[in-house]
Design a protein around this ligand. Sequence first.
Ligand code: DAH
Length: 348
Amino acid sequence: MSITDELTEVEQRAQDELAAVTDLNGLAGWKSSYLGKGGAITRLSRGMGALPAEERPVVGQQVNRLRATLEQAYSDAEARLKAAAREATLASDRVDVTLPGRQPALGRLHLTTQVFRQIIAIFAEMGFQVWESREVETDDYNFGLLNFLPDHPARDMQDTFYVEMPPDAPKTLLRTHTSPGQIHAMHRYAPNPLRVLLPGKCYRNEQVTARSEFMFHQFEFLAVGHSITMGDLKGTLDFFAERLFGKGTRTRFRASYFPFTEPSAEMDVSCFLCGAKGCRVCKYTGWLEIGGCGMVHPNVLRNGGYDPEKFSGFAGGFGPERIALLKYGIEDIRWFYSGDVRFLEQFS
Ligand code: DAH
């Protein structure tokens, strides 16, 4: 084959192959086989050495023209493939900026926390400070120092979970009420007067039902000072009840028994659901039971570091879940800690 025919053939083949190249990778391969060091053009230039001298300038020109043609074809193809790649990226990365955004799910305070905050605010107005006490207690703090006698049946009503301890350690348990916090607070403040609100978790080894959970919350209020009377307790609770349940809410005390108070009382509030006329929730009595209270027993004052001849005090323990059950007409306490957001998100 003459070199001129070869040039024509190389050009034809190069153009055909180039037309079949579909990406930049393929293009690089094409370039090295035609324009690269070991490529067709280099091979043709070298072949010129075998030509008679008079033919060389003509063929040289033809080879140079072919090189220029292929270089041009290469840069055209490169531009075309780069544009196509960009188009493909734009298409696959396309976002629809007109779509509405995704709403993040907003959390909110748990109902118990909300009720606690209301209660804390009310007691804060009366000078009570929040004092957080431990959930894991010794038997002594939970019972003994609160004047529970070792075999008194009042203990039976508060079975709980015990913590495994070394044999010589004191008996340790999950507190059954917030009352042991009273002793800790008194130890911290005696012999100065104190006014504290103790909110927190409590535990009881009980059958879980619509009315009782093995974990629940209480808040304890405690005031110790000089010449504090039952009148102060009543006044405090009247203010509390009107603030929490609405103006005109009345309170009443029924005699009761707790080892750590003397005298002891259950406090009821007039039913705020029916205006004390009588309804299903107040069982047609007009009254709702809210919690226990009383005057701090002299033994408890003594255990806390106060001289009961010089100091007196009042205390009480209420449950925020019970308050919320009544206030919002919730039928089952198990909803509180079920983790079901459909329940929780109703209260915000
Ligand atoms: N600790 C009692 C209970 O869990 C409630 C209670 C009653 C607390 C009377 C008090 C109180 O501080 O004075 O049943």
